[in-house]
Design a protein around this ligand. Structure first.
Ligand SMILES: Nc1nc2c(ncn2[C@@H]2O[C@@H]3COP(=O)(O)O[C@H]4[C@@H](O)[C@H](n5cnc6c(=O)[nH]c(N)nc65)O[C@@H]4COP(=O)(O)O[C@H]3[C@H]2O)c(=O)[nH]1
Length: 869
């Protein structure tokens, strides 16, 4: 362009100059030459004309040559601007458009005529204020290239690249701007940038990047993602050593060997390795390498690099899941949404007998046992459909036809649209457990000997029956039964026969009641019958009578026939009580009434019994306050040496001075104290009080005075080391061990266990004497008397009461005394009320006597007065 413009610029000077030079040379040279060649003037004139014509011819040819050359130049210049792909615009120094090529007209959308009147400002967006800077910075003489925004004739804008420079033409300044529409280019650049961004984004998502290593220079590079995977800042160049530094020995060895193979033999590699990032995190990566070979030489290594830690974790999980599936002891079955079996594990085969081949493609119905009804499965599917889970017990059938119980857990797997794709069923064989549970349940709820419901089951049944009775507005009856004289049978015939009797009794009871009734065994010889759904109370009496009748028939025990009757206590719900416990108590009380009324009968619970029960309850509450309220007092009854009449012994007898009811005898509250356990504290109080009193009597009356105290079996059971405390107390208070005699009952000796034996022997070893109370009423064995070194036998007052010469009681008492003396045991007779009784007892050698004949039990001061001579 510069070349052309310069040629055009100088053409106007050069052509006239050439013409002038030629014309001057012609005039001077042609006239001289003509003068030399033509001496005659006439011929010169003729030749002058010819010379002038030749001059015109030559100058015309010269002019043609020069103008033609100039036209050629101008057309070449024109074609350059007209056909240029870029818009070429020429502005004068005021910004008025001077010239523009066709491309500019097309690009801006103006006609040539419109273009002639255009100012540079009109080609710029409205916001552009400085037209000059948008086409050219004034200071730039050598041209400048920049990007800008221009405006079409229709007002729309487009992006342009402007190459502009200042021109001086004919002494004036012009601005030439070559403008290129770069809208498309910018679009492509933007697209490229977007796709690069997308690639980087995808790289980051897939944790994949690329790397390159120049074998010649030993310098490598990696993408941002690869740097990110290594936990380092991105930089352009990295060394091989830097890249390898992230691997531990084993992995590093592998990758170095692979790289060496790739460099030496052009062998590609694909490795999965573990690296430790710059932040100390372990990652699994996959690096793939393709050597770049030119002329047989490996110049570069290129490859991809991916973080596959997530995949590895997933693979590990999958491996673990497979292991669990294969080795689980629970059977696993996977079905699709249509309940077709997809896979089963070995435990499934072991449990059901079906192999995978036999069940895959079939539905779980193949296992159905028919033991669950339609409703069961409907409920199961309802739950599965609503929350995807179900758990429960199912009876299924093995391939060999055997039914088995399984504990089944079903879980549902959904796809991303929430549609069911799989269901996984886990189950374990619980047949054995169920059988064991059944056994345990039976043991817990049924009496082993008779197979009847036990106490626990009875309570459940009674509560259920009460609810049922309430619902149906009916009544029910509770019958408390106790076999009469069962103990005697047991002792006489032995436990085996006793058991047989109980079994037969259960059998008879079951046959005396209706199907809907309950017969239960409470333990020992006690049974309870619940008669439910009663509209009419008379039926109770009928059934009670029917039971009594059933027991009329003697029991066959071995070769003997024996009669055992039954006493029945009856209570009615809701008349007599509204809770199970109350009904049991009522029936129990009524049964005692039946017993007391002569056995082999039934008795209804009555209001007076209820009053008695309530009285007992109140008494029991008051008893708790008696000890802290100092309401107890010890009375003392002298024990007289029959041969001499001397009194060196006494029995301490407890009295309860109730604040409102007055004096309450021990028979009324000792059983209550035993039931509530209060007897332990009360018994200790008796001991300390008696000990205090005996010390006093020893100093006041006789040095070897002795006081007996009663010790209840409950005390022995509840306070296994109580005797030690008593013995220490005697020691600490300088009381001889014989100061206190412990009176025990025959019942205690009959049911001794290790602890009771230890306590009794403990008393014996310490020198505390023991007396056996109420002797003759129980079943004491002589061997016990010897074993526990009993010191005194107390003959019960029922034998003393009817004592007369030659009476059977006389013989019995005599026998007791003789036997006791043989065992070196002294005998005390209780309840001596008459002189005759005293005399007879003395005659048979009875050692001591106690009774109203000598004195009733007295308060301590009165007793002290009694002792005074
Ligand atoms: N009919 C009649 N009765 C006579 C005669 N002489 C004495 N008695 C009574 O016979 C009972 C003798 O006491 P027990 O057999 O040990 O029988 C005692 C004993 O088993 C128990 N008991 C009394 N005090 C205590 C105690 O501190 N602890 C324990 N665990 N039981 C006690 O209460 C039972 C009754 O005691 P008590 O009512 O004091 O009744 C006393 C006494 O008052 C008599 O000639 N004729």
């Amino acid at each position: 362009m510069k070349l052309f413009s310069r040629k055009l610029r100088y053409a106007a000077i050069r052509i006239p100059l050439i013409y002038c030079v030629f014309a001057v040379l012609w005039i001077m040279a042609s006239d001289q030459t003509l003068a030399l060649l033509l001496p005659e003037a006439a011929s010169i004139t003729h030749f002058q004309t010819l010379k002038g014509l030749l001059f015109i011819l030559l100058t015309a040819a010269l002019l043609y040559h020069l103008i033609h050359r100039q036209q050629l130049l101008a057309s070449r210049y024109n074609s350059l601007t007209v056909h240029a792909n870029d818009s070429i615009l020429l502005f004068d120094h005021q910004g008025k458009l001077v010239d523009a090529n066709d491309r500019a007209l097309r690009m801006y959308g103006y006609t040539r005529d419109q273009m002639q009147h255009i100012h540079a400002r009109q080609l710029l967006p409205d916001a552009a204020s400085d037209w000059r800077s948008c086409f050219l910075a004034e200071a730039q003489h050598n041209g400048i290239i920049f990007e800008s925004e221009h405006k079409h004739a229709d007002g729309s804008t487009f992006s342009v690249e402007v190459s502009a420079c200042l021109l001086k033409i004919g002494g004036s300044d012009y601005i030439q701007a070559i403008v290129r529409d770069i809208t498309e280019r910018l679009r492509v650049v933007e697209k490229l940038r977007e796709s690069e961004q997308l690639l980087a984004h995808m790289s980051a998502i897939a944790h994949i990047g690329g790397w390159e290593f120049d074998v010649e220079t030993g310098i490598g590079s990696w993408t941002r993602e690869v740097a990110h995977i290594h936990g380092v800042e991105f930089k352009d160049n990295i060394s091989a050593e830097f890249g390898l530094g992230f691997y531990e020995a084993e992995s590093r060895e592998k990758i170095e060997a692979a790289i060496q193979q790739a460099i030496d033999h052009g062998k590609p590699y694909d490795l999965e390795l573990e690296l430790v990032t710059a932040r100390g995190i372990r990652k699994w990566v996959r690096t793939v390498c393709t050597p770049h070979i030119i002329d047989g030489r490996v110049l570069k290594l290129q490859g991809s690099f991916q973080d596959i830690s997530d995949r590895k974790v997933a693979e590990d999980k999958m491996r673990l899941a497979t292991l669990v599936f294969e080795n689980s002891s629970e059977a696993i079955m996977v079905v699709d949404a249509e309940s077709q079996i997809l896979s089963v594990n070995p435990a499934f085969t072991e449990m059901t007998g079906y192999t995978a081949q036999e069940v895959v493609g079939k539905t779980p119905k193949i296992l159905a046992s028919g033991k669950q009804d339609r409703k069961f499965y409907e409920e199961m599917w309802h739950l599965l459909d609503s929350n995807g889970k179900w758990q429960g017990e199912v009876w299924n059938r093995r391939k060999n036809g055997e039914s088995y119980a399984e504990w089944l857990t079903i879980d549902t797997i959904y796809n991303e649209h929430g549609e069911v794709i799989r269901r996984v069923a886990l189950f374990s064989d619980i047949t054995k457990n169920k059988q064991n549970q059944e056994v345990i349940w039976r043991q817990a709820n049924f009496d082993q000997l008779t197979g009847l419901p036990n106490r626990r089951m009875l309570h459940d049944r009674l509560n259920q029956e009460i609810l049922k009775a309430d619902r149906n507005h009916q009544m029910l009856a509770v019958l408390f039964l106790d076999l009469d004289r069962f103990k005697e049978v047991n002792d006489t015939y032995g436990h085996l026969m006793g058991d047989q009797l109980l079994q037969e009794s259960a059998h008879r009871l079951l046959h005396s009641v209706r199907e809907c009734d309950t017969v239960a065994r409470l333990g020992g010889d006690e049974f309870v019958v619940i008669l439910s759904g009663l509209q009419d109370k008379d039926v109770v009496q009928d059934i009670a009578q029917s039971i009594l009748k059933k027991f009329d028939t003697p029991f066959q025990l071995d070769n003997d026939l024996t009669h055992v009757s039954v006493s029945i206590g009856i209570t009615i719900y809701p008349e007599d009580g509204n809770a199970g416990e109350v009904l049991f108590k009522n029936a129990d009380q009524a049964m005692y009434v039946a017993k007391n009324n002569g056995r082999n009968r039934y008795s209804y619970f009555t209001a007076s019994m209820q009053a008695h029960a309530q009285n007992r309850m109140r008494l029991s509450n008051d008893l708790h306050l008696a000890l802290p309220g100092q309401q107890f007092e010890l009375y003392y009854q002298p024990i007289v040496e029959l041969a001499t009449g001397q009194v060196h012994k006494a029995e301490a007898l407890l009295r309860w001075q109730h604040p409102t009811r007055g004096m309450i005898p021990p028979d009324n509250f000792i059983p209550l104290a035993e039931e509530t356990g209060l007897i332990v504290d009360i018994g200790n109080w008796v001991f300390y009080e008696a000990a205090r009193q005996v010390k006093r009597l020893q100093s006041l009356h006789h040095a070897s005075f002795q006081i007996s105290i009663n010790k209840s079996p409950v005390q022995f059971h509840n306070e296994t080391h109580g005797h030690e405390a008593w013995i220490s107390f005697l020691l600490m208070n300088d009381l001889p061990r014989q100061s206190i005699v412990v009176e025990i009952t025959e019942g205690l000796l009959m049911h001794t266990d290790e602890s009771i034996s230890a306590q009794l022997l403990g008393f014996r070893d310490a020198g505390v004497q023991v007396a056996l109370d109420d002797f003759g009423t129980g079943y004491s064995s002589l061997s016990y008397l010897k074993k526990f070194d009993i010191d005194y036998l107390k003959i019960d007052r029922i034998f003393v009461r009817n004592l007369s010469r030659n009476s059977s009681d006389m013989a019995l008492c005599e026998a007791i005394v003789m036997m006791a003396h043989k065992l070196d045991i002294k005998v005390i007779a209780e309840g001596i009320e008459t002189e005759e009784q005293r005399e007879l007892l003395q005659q048979i050698g009875c050692d001591f006597g106690q009774g109203y004949l000598f004195s009733p039990p007295l308060p301590a001061p009165a007793f002290e007065a009694y002792l005074r001579p």
